[in-house]
Design a protein around this ligand. Structure first.
Ligand SMILES: [Zn+2]
Length: 225
């Protein structure tokens, strides 16, 4: 199962710079291969939302004169229904964040589960979702137990350590004040329960637990290697 597809390598070379993409290889596939996992071994892909930097990795690397194609040909795909609807009908402000062909390619597999609530029939017991609408409507944050404590994939609600400070938001967030409100509730919950938060956009810290300091501010409790 994959909880993050990343940006992948679907952009043509001339668009990489425009969208700030430095990778010229499909680093997700490279990473999986290093673990001995091939694309056909992936049975479920959870897409927290369909922004290109989180969902582009489900596409094969760009090749001249080849239309986009899914790389995980045998996988089921789990997406929040609201996030799906947003990708299918983006606004002028966020259209560039989506891959126009992706919903159609996913739909053609016949193996997309659109999630409305906190659980997924594809994933079954052991996984549950927090939802958030501030970054983009219908964001799914997947929580599961590792056997060594619970872990949540925070996606773009808390994309890295700087964003653990509640007032910090991103230019890509659609509804800033909602992000602030949702983060405060989410961080209070994970801090109280000792959940490890996985960050998607932090160049230095992969994951951390959260605590509140003496002033009531949330801080990441990671230990540097
Ligand atoms: Zn995003």
């Amino acid at each position: 199962m994959l909880l993050e597809a990343g940006v992948g390598a679907f952009f043509p070379p001339e668009q990489r710079e425009r969208f700030g993409v430095s990778e010229d290889r499909h680093v997700l596939l490279d990473g999986l291969a290093a673990e001995g996992v091939g694309p056909g071994d992936v049975d479920v892909v959870v897409l927290s939302h369909l922004h290109f930097d989180h969902a582009g990795g489900v596409l094969r690397a760009w090749e001249p004169d080849h239309p986009p194609e899914l790389v995980f040909t045998d996988a089921d795909y789990v997406v929040g229904r609201t996030a799906w609807d947003r990708a299918a009908a983006p606004t002028p402000r966020d259209r560039a964040s989506f891959i126009a062909e992706l919903p159609g390619l996913l739909e053609a597999t016949g193996r997309v589960e659109l999630v409305d609530g906190p659980t997924s029939s594809t994933l079954g017991d052991g996984y549950r979702f927090h939802t958030s609408d501030g970054h983009t409507p219908g964001l799914l944050l997947t929580e599961f137990d590792t056997g060594d404590g619970p872990v949540v994939y925070a996606s773009d609600l808390v994309p890295g350590v700087p964003w653990v400070h509640v007032p910090i938001t991103m230019g890509y967030d659609r509804f800033f004040e909602l992000v602030v409100q949702e983060k405060a509730g989410f961080l209070a919950d994970v801090a109280a329960r000792g959940v490890t938060v996985v960050f998607t956009h932090d160049p230095d810290v992969a994951a951390s637990t959260i605590r509140q300091d003496d002033r009531g501010r949330f801080v990441a409790e990671f230990s540097r290697p």
